[in-house]
Design a protein around this ligand. Structure first.
Ligand code: NAD
Ligand code: DAU
Length: 349
């Protein structure tokens, strides 16, 4: 029996990872460490929180003392680190929060693990979940690979790059058994509606403008969140210590094309005349330092670990839209209060 400590398990991707691990490893203990920021929501886990092998610890990874206590109490064999400040726009307005959680928090976690595993690293694993944004922006051609040099452009990606470097350094310096994955843009159920796809769905439902940054010709590679969770589980099971894995959906889209597809799907679902949602599109001021294009070469995941995504963009988007339409109370709850002041600051500049 193992103890797997997952940070950020109340967030978007983390909640899908916690659910998958509880299903795949019913005899292991899953400890979810999350301090429940605006992005963390225990409702995301309401279907599994009764399970006897699931434990929730409300702890802030910036607080090294509390983190050490969690390690003493649970003695984890594996850490899967997802807790982070994750939104680029928020990092532009408030970089220090990103340094504190994404850099200092990650180093606190590395120190707690190193201290807890001081007798031996045998059977231990520190798995750091990172982003493709650490590689910077691509031009019209080419793909990010595990060999792409780091070139982060936003405070968010710089903080994630710093945490990747610390994780690698703990492997080189102390011999800590680590693995890192860098993934492309996720979408799916439970994503906070500050990110492109859920923001657009939420705004269509509320008849609000759909804010498109710049000319809308920025490209992202989209992966359905359950595919990312299955990739993380694959790296956990089969990944080689010290290696990095790039995870992606082979699914590049320009923002404006994605938004058009989404609008048409929403019109169909809501029985609106085709073209109704597209009328809400509004081109707005660009994001500073906006990365032009991300795209992942996920061949190492496929060739070395036998993983590839299951969902197409069409099937993933249908599931996503259905989830948001069937969970409008969830959407209402997370868009009340603090979300409103974030929204007016971000979009009424
Ligand atoms: P999210 O913002 O939805 O969730 C983050 C979670 O971390 C929340 O539950 C929050 O409460 C928790 N958290 C934040 N600060 C904390 C702190 N100081 N202490 C404890 N818990 C804290 O993020 P997400 O989109 O699910 O991303 C999860 C991870 O995956 C992040 O590390 C992110 O960089 C990475 N990632 C995300 C994407 C994506 O498209 N969303 C893609 C690649 C990698
Ligand atoms: O690539 C992986 C990264 O993907 C993750 O590491 C981040 O945590 C995650 O937030 C995401 O970053 P992006 O900045 O790519 O995602 P976001 O949903 O914020 O924006 C996607 C694209 O849509 C981007 O080009 C900016 C644009 N956009 C976004 C918003 C919120 C708009 O045009 N309008 C908007 O209102």
């Amino acid at each position: 029996m193992k103890t797997i400590l997952i940070t950020g398990g109340a967030g978007f991707i983390g909640s899908h990872v916690v659910r998958l691990f509880l299903k795949k490893y019913p005899t292991d203990i899953i400890v979810n460490v999350d301090c429940l920021t605006y992005a963390g929501n225990l409702e995301n886990l309401s279907d599994i929180d009764h399970l006897s092998n699931y434990i929730f610890e409300k702890v802030d990874i910036r607080d090294s003392l509390s983190l050490n206590q969690v390690f003493e109490k649970h003695n984890p064999d594996t850490i899967i680190h997802l807790a982070a400040e994750s939104h680029v726009d928020r990092s532009i307005s408030n970089p220090m929060e990103f340094v504190e959680t994404n850099v200092v928090g990650a180093v606190n976690l590395l120190n707690s693990a190193k201290n807890s595993w001081k007798e031996s690293f045998e059977g231990k694993l520190f798995y750091h979940v990172s982003t493709d944004e650490v590689f910077g922006a691509l031009g019209a051609d080419g793909l990010f690979t595990e060999e792409t040099p780091y070139s982060p452009n936003s405070p968010y990606s710089a903080s994630k790059a710093a945490s990747d470097h610390f994780v690698r350094a703990y492997h080189e310096t102390y011999g800590m058994p680590i693995v890192i994955s860098n993934c492309s843009n996720n979408y799916g159920p439970n994503q906070f509606p500050e990110k492109l796809i859920p923001l657009m769905i939420s705004n269509i439902l509320n008849g609000k403008n759909l804010p498109v940054y710049g000319d809308g010709k920025y490209t992202r590679d989209w992966l359905y969140v359950e595919d990312h969770a299955s990739a993380i589980e694959t790296v956990y099971r089969k990944g080689v210590i010290g290696e990095t894995y790039c995870i992606g959906g082979w699914n590049e889209l320009q923002n404006i094309d994605l938004i058009h597809k989404l609008c048409d799907l929403m019109d169909k679902k809501l029985s609106l005349e085709l073209g109704t949602s597209r009328k809400l599109i509004a081109f707005v001021k660009d994001r500073p330092g906006h990365d032009k294009r991300y795209a992942i070469d996920a061949r190492k995941m496929e060739n070395d670990l036998g993983w590839k995504p299951k969902e197409s963009f069409e099937s993933g988007m249908k599931k996503t839209i259905d989830w948001y339409l069937n969970n409008q109370d969830w959407l209402k709850n997370v868009t009340s209060g603090a979300y409103q002041s974030y929204y007016s600051k971000q979009y009424k500049k």
